[in-house]
Structure formats: structure tokens, C-alpha cells
Unconditional design. Structure first.
Ligand code: HPA
Length: 231
């Protein structure tokens, strides 16, 4: 069993329309997933959706572990910190920076581990995109901010020295998956230039339009992942 985690853009995707809703109980709360034959889909914000800073990541990842998930591919919406990484394209990060917000399952015992994005799964995802003729960049540092607001120009001016893209969810999810021993890779949807990176002022309308532009490509990759059972 493998899992796809997505955000609100995949909420009504026809890809999962016939999949069965299941509610998984965890000590952190109940999680709704949709189950296909060998893949489950988790909409990370829940229903009705909660904002990024209140997502119950621990319940989400534990629910996936409970149903026997072996690999996770997540879809994450991000802004770009580089003029060379353009909205309307995809990026597969190979590292992340999240020094403000580090969720953990081991809150009471001393357990350390070294976080590492899953290289084989990232390579596999990259190959799928390339073979499908989809523009994708392999590698890059994802910086996680807390949200729910976007960043100020001053914040982005500082962050652009340290990474390539900014989002509000992936590092927390990746950290918890790694703690559970589940390989995790992400396909990031570049939906905007971060605040102040280009002269054109950032608007929420721009972000919405680019989400839709990337959605076709993302759905195409998800469809192949499901068909090929992530291998
Ligand atoms: N910042 C943080 N999260 C995001 C952004 C952004 O610019 N775009 C999409 N998710």
C-alpha cells in the first residue's frame, strides 16, 4: 500500500471520485482517507479544511502507517525564491529547512534520527515527469514557514539566501514520515514567485491561476503512480 498526500487543490479530483472513504482512528484524532486498490489518498487539511498551521500532521502520518503505507508521495504548493524557478513548473526537493516548527512522535523519550528525503523515490518521480514531458527541476531546498499568512518582503529577502522554495507543510510531514520509517518524496507545485522576488506584486489570484496550471501535470503523474504502483 502506498499513499498520495495532497492539498486542497486535489480535494475534488476525479482521480479519487470512486475511491472509498475510510476513517482511521489514531491517538491524535480521526483521519479521513480515500482508499483505492493499492493506493490511499489523504487530503492533509481535512474536511472542512483547516489552515496549514493547525493541520494535524501526527494524526495524518500515523493513520497512513496504521493502514500499512510503505511509500508516500506528497504534493505541496510552494512559492519560488529564485527567478530561475518559474511558476507553472514543478520541483522535487532534496532537503528542507524548518527550524521553527519540528513536530515529533517521540515527545517524551530521547530518540534522535537524521532526516533524509528518500532519494530513490525522488529519482523515480523525476523520471516519471521527464518521460511524461513535464517540466520539473530535480533537487532544491524547501523552507517551511509557519503560516497561515504568506511571508513579508523582508522575510523573503532573508530566506532567499538559504533555500529555493517556500511552503507551509512539507517539512513537518516529511519529518514525521521519516520518524515512522516511511520513505517520503514530494512533488512541489511552483505557484508563485515569493513576495518581492519579482517586480510584479504578488496577488492571491496569481497563485490560484498557477495552481490550476500545474494541476493537469500533477494529476497526470498521480495517475501513473497509481497505475504503476509506485514502482
Ligand atoms: N509562501 C508560503 N507558502 C506558499 C507560497 C508562498 O509564497 N505559495 C504557495 N504556498
Amino acid at each position: 500500500m502506498n499513499a498520495i498526500i495532497g492539498g486542497t487543490s486535489l480535494l475534488d479530483s476525479s482521480l479519487f471520485a470512486s475511491w472509498k472513504k475510510r476513517y482511521i482512528k489514531t491517538p491524535y484524532g480521526n483521519v479521513r482517507i480515500k482508499a483505492g486498490d493499492n493506493t490511499v489518498f489523504l487530503q492533509r487539511h481535512g474536511s472542512p479544511p483547516v489552515p496549514p498551521h493547525t493541520i494535524n500532521h501526527r494524526a495524518n502520518i500515523l493513520a497512513l502507517q496504521k493502514v500499512g503505507v510503505q511509500k508516500i508521495v506528497s504534493i505541496n504548493s510552494v512559492g519560488s525564491l529564485k527567478t530561475s524557478i518559474r511558476p507553472g513548473t514543478l520541483l522535487i526537493p532534496d532537503d528542507f529547512l524548518s527550524v521553527w516548527n519540528i513536530p515529533a512522535f517521540s515527545d517524551t523519550e530521547m530518540r534522535f534520527f537524521i532526516p533524509q528525503m528518500d532519494k530513490p523515490l525522488a529519482r523515480y518521480l523525476h523520471g516519471l515527469c521527464k518521460r511524461s514531458g513535464i517540466r520539473v527541476k530535480s533537487g532544491g531546498v524547501y523552507i517551511q514557514t509557519i503560516g497561515p499568512r504568506l511571508e513579508t518582503r523582508a522575510e523573503i529577502n532573508m530566506l532567499k539566501r538559504f533555500g529555493d522554495i517556500v511552503g507551509m507543510t512539507m517539512a513537518s510531514e516529511a519529518t514525521l514520515s521519516m520518524e515512522c520509517g516511511i520513505p517520503y518524496a514530494s512533488l512541489c507545485s511552483i505557484d508563485n514567485f515569493c513576495n518581492g522576488i519579482v517586480k510584479t506584486p504578488l496577488t492571491m489570484g496569481q497563485i490560484g491561476n498557477n495552481v490550476l496550471k500545474n494541476l493537469n501535470n500533477i494529476e497526470c503523474i498521480i495517475q501513473i503512480l497509481i497505475q504503476k504502483d509506485f514502482t
